[in-house]
Design a protein. Structure first.
Length: 644
């Protein structure tokens, strides 16, 4: 049985403590790599912050470079508050005009007679018409509250319903059009007497019969529609049957027709015949193609079967456009035959007159310099005065003087944002790239290959704290130097007066008398009085200082803003920019150090085991030698006597 060995028992030394100290000494590279990683992580944050600030400068500069930059923005003022308001663009002519508001546009509001709360209203369908909109409301029958809910469900984009309780037993139903103007006057078709029972309208005048005409399909050679969805299109073209166009299962086609101009409230009625062993589907996808401007546009709807027909309300999305093709589809498992398609235009609707008109439908009437105009809305009147979107707020007793003046507030704000963004980049860039903040420290002076442990000393990290996080980074210094160069450079100008440098518009690196140190800082300051005067008196000259078009291609190619954006772009590019590359490099260094740490930790485990084995062997040797010494000493006493 081997002898038991306790650390330090034989040698008298604390070998565990010795091993711990030796392992700790051996682990210094790990501490160095960990500190390096922590430092790299802080550097990544510095790169990210610089990237954010530079991107902000790029965005603020782009606002100035854009030809929509509001250096020439105008605004509308008047000599009387609360009568008119509006916005003016660059096309508006500066100057004063007289505005008289004779009447405002109003939304039509009608109300019924009072009706008992327990009145039973019959079920059925009624229609509400306002302007270009017609909605059919399906009502299941019931009281006034249920009727209001049905109107909200089907017609909330056309009318706003309300129920007013006039006494303990009676209510009044009222409706107000959503749209303003005379054309939005409310009309009702009440063939089932629903609205009459609710007290809202009088006797109904039957709807005149519509004008119905067939749509002629000019060719049976249809073009496949959504062939990625209807995969059978290629193998199964449409066929001409006895009763119409026959489509095979899983197919859909455009079918050409004679051009038809789509009228107000017009619809298309499709009739479909199924195969002998099947039935008409409850829903079917049908649509049209129509001309919208220069190019074609299409609308495809999933329509329900009603009274044996599929009805598509084409005027709701294509009124005034030209119908050029129909779209048929067959998603079923058997053939479908599409019969003649009917184009239906309803007659002039009289309907049922409202019981009470609370607010008549009314257009806005106003005079501009004595010229009378009418509009259906009080807001966003854009076609009366060139470049002006006008809002009328109330009627006037006498003309109001409207003045269109240059608006410098937007330009001032944008230029202030630009200066602030520029200063942020300059200050932060200088802070993180300085070699040493007291100008007498060399960060690398005490580091060499022979002294592996010096770079984790307090002195080393104290030196780092006295320098910028990105000290010595030439890319940061080039960014800052390039910005300063472009800020101070002159730029071509073709507009009088010729603003060629920033100081011409009151933006400088310091007011007259500033110290050389302040000027060297490169931070911009604004003389607001000079800048506002330049914006109000010569907005185009200010714009040209930042962005000018030298080759008449409607794209800015010169100017301060253009040059700054060109300088910044290589830094801020998402994947290949300088900032993205530097951040990736830091991440790779961290990853490499983490790998080194993992490998070195394995080495330390083995190193500690080897040390413990060696000390254990030493302890065993010392123990054996002590045992031999004790044996010799005892025998010596026995042979030569106790006293010898």
């Amino acid at each position: 049985m081997p002898a038991i060995s306790l650390p330090g028992l034989s040698s008298g030394q604390n070998t565990n403590d010795v091993v711990r100290k030796l392992v700790d000494l051996e682990s210094k590279p790990i501490k160095r790599w960990e500190k390096e990683n922590n430092y790299h992580k802080v550097q990544i944050q510095a790169w990210k912050e610089l990237k954010k600030l530079t991107k902000n400068l790029e965005d603020r500069t782009r606002d100035l470079v854009s030809f929509t930059a509001p250096f020439s923005s105008k605004r509308v003022t008047s000599n009387q508050e609360g009568v008119i308001s509006g916005e003016a663009n660059r096309a508006a002519n500066s100057g004063k005009q007289k505005i008289e508001v004779e009447q405002l546009a109003k939304r039509n509001k009608v109300a019924g007679n009072k009706v008992a709360a327990n009145t039973k209203i019959p079920k059925g369908v009624f229609a509400i018409v306002s302007g270009e909109n017609r909605v059919d409301v399906e009502f299941a029958g019931g009281g006034l509250k249920k009727l209001k809910k049905a109107i909200v469900k089907y017609a909330k984009k056309v009318v706003a319903p309300a129920l007013t309780r006039v006494d303990e037993e009676n209510y009044v139903l009222s409706l107000q059009s959503i749209q303003y103007g005379e054309s939005a006057k409310l009309k009702f078709l009440d063939s089932n007497g629903i609205l009459k029972a609710a007290g809202l309208v009088g006797a109904n005048v039957p709807e005149p019969p519509p004008s119905v005409s067939p749509i002629a399909i000019t060719s049976t050679s249809g073009q496949g529609y959504r062939s990625e969805r209807f995969a059978a299109n290629k193998e199964n073209p449409p066929q001409q049957g006895e009763s119409g166009i026959v489509l095979a299962p899983g197919t859909a086609f455009y079918m050409p027709v004679n051009v038809v101009k789509i009228a107000k409230f017009s619809t298309l009625e499709f009739t479909v015949q199924p195969a002998a062993d099947s039935s008409v589907p409850e829903y079917l996808g049908l649509g049209i193609e129509f001309k919208n401007g220069e190019g074609p546009e299409e609308a495809f709807r999933n329509l329900p079967l009603r009274d044996g027909k599929f009805v598509l309300n084409i005027s709701s999305f294509a009124k005034g456009k030209e119908l050029t093709r129909l779209i048929f589809s067959n998603p079923t498992s058997s053939n479908l035959t599409f019969g003649q398609v009917q184009y239906s235009v309803p007659g002039e609707l009289q309907g049922a007159p409202p019981t009470n008109t609370i607010i008549p439908a009314q257009n806005a009437k106003l005079k501009v310099d004595g010229i009378e105009i009418t509009r259906e809305s009080n807001e966003g009147i854009r076609d009366a005065i060139e470049g002006v979107s006008l809002n009328v707020l109330k009627t006037t007793e006498e003309p109001v003087e409207m003045d269109i003046i240059i608006d410098t507030s937007k330009g001032m704000r944008m230029l202030k944002d630009f200066v602030a963004a520029y200063n942020d980049v300059i200050k932060f860039g200088k802070e993180i790239s300085s070699s040493s903040k007291d100008n007498n420290i060399d960060l690398n002076s005490n580091i060499n290959d022979e002294n592996r442990n010096h770079d984790i000393s307090e002195e080393y990290w104290n030196i780092k704290s006295k320098s910028g996080l990105l000290s010595g980074e030439t890319s940061v210094m080039q960014l800052i130097a390039g910005l300063k160069t472009r800020i101070g450079a002159p730029y071509p100008s073709s507009t009088d007066p010729r603003f060629k440098v920033l100081s011409d518009v009151g933006i400088t690196t310091g007011p007259p008398g500033s110290s050389w140190k302040q000027i060297q800082e490169g931070l911009l300051v604004i003389d607001e009085a000079i800048l506002e005067n330049a914006l109000s008196e010569h907005p185009e000259s200010v714009r040209e200082l930042f962005a000018s078009d030298n080759n008449d291609d409607n794209r800015p190619d010169d100017g301060l803003g253009v040059k700054i954006m060109s300088h910044i772009k290589p830094y801020t590019s998402f994947r290949s920019g300088v900032f993205a590359t530097k951040i990736q490099m830091m991440k790779e260094k961290i990853s490499e150090n983490e790998k080194r740490i993992r490998n070195y930790e394995s080495h330390l485990v083995n190193y500690e085991q080897r040390l413990k084995a060696k000390f254990r062997y030493m302890e065993q040797g010392v123990s054996r030698h002590k045992n031999v010494g004790s044996y010799l000493k005892n025998n010596y006493r026995y042979i030569f006597g106790k006293d010898r």
